[in-house]
Unconditional design. Structure first.
Lengths: 138, 116
């Protein structure tokens, strides 16, 4: 008898059920962050073309970017950067070293180190407001 | 010997280069983020950027970032699309859009850096 594929479970079930594996979640996050960062590099390159329009155009633009709202957005951007960077190294280790044997341990390292570096980056970026906040408490 | 079928090639060179550029970008992007984004005091005025642009190291750094970053990002984007079954016309349109936008923004970025 010819091979009969299983009847499809429906679009939602087929596309959701494999996400139960941690590795699949990591894979999807890697794609989303990758597409996000690619979109960002386009915006970044376009935004900095104002450098060719002289000092005033550029400094006016930077006044907008050097505001608290954009600093928070930059911090959130770092979450994409650090996840994609660390998980990317995990992919390289899985593909080119013996990482397939311990890729879930590596995943724990990715998430753990990622959270630590994200919080560390937050402290580094907002060191002045944080210092001012503590100074005002004294 | 099994030959891959279809007109797109096996994608193996892109796969290897995606990893090589990825390791390179690990260093480049994190350096860029720590120097520029993490540190508002590093100088975001026109004068400060101009001073950096006259330093061959940062000039080369930024040219590398634009070239490798765009290639890695767009090769990854194409990798996402490749996972889906597309009609040849759709596939060709998306591939063309990726190549053209890559060239356009590479020229835009390199033009900005090399105008100093």
């Amino acid at each position: 008898m010819a091979y009969q594929p299983k009847p499809p479970d429906g679009w939602v079930k087929t596309n959701i059920k494999y996400t139960k594996e941690r590795g699949s979640v990591a894979w999807i996050l890697h794609r989303i962050t990758g597409l996000g960062l690619t979109a960002y590099i386009f915006v970044h390159i376009y935004a900095l073309t104002s450098l060719t329009q002289g000092p005033k155009a550029f400094d006016d633009e930077m006044k907008l970017f050097q505001t608290p709202v954009f600093h928070v957005l930059e911090w959130l951007l770092f979450s994409l950067v650090i996840y994609h960077a660390l998980n990317g190294m995990r992919i390289v280790i899985v593909d080119w070293a013996n990482g397939a044997r311990y890729h879930k341990k590596l995943l724990a390292v990715v998430y753990g180190l990622g959270v630590v570096l994200f919080i560390g980056m937050g402290i580094l970026m907002f060191r002045e407001p944080i210092a001012n906040m503590f100074a005002s408490l004294r | 010997m099994y030959n891959h079928t279809g007109s797109r090639g096996s994608g193996a060179p892109g796969w290897v280069l995606q990893r090589i550029t990825g390791v390179l970008l690990f260093v480049v992007v994190l350096t860029h983020f720590f120097v520029m984004h993490a540190n508002p005091a590093s100088g975001h005025t026109y004068a400060a950027v101009l001073a950096r642009m006259h330093d061959p190291f940062w000039k080369m750094f930024d040219l590398t970032f634009i070239t490798v970053g765009l290639w890695h990002g767009l090769n990854g984007t194409w990798g996402v699309f490749r996972d889906y079954k597309m009609k040849p016309a759709v596939s060709l349109t998306i591939y063309g859009a990726i190549i053209l936008s890559g060239i356009a923004f590479w020229v835009l970025g390199v033009n900005t850096i090399l105008s100093f």
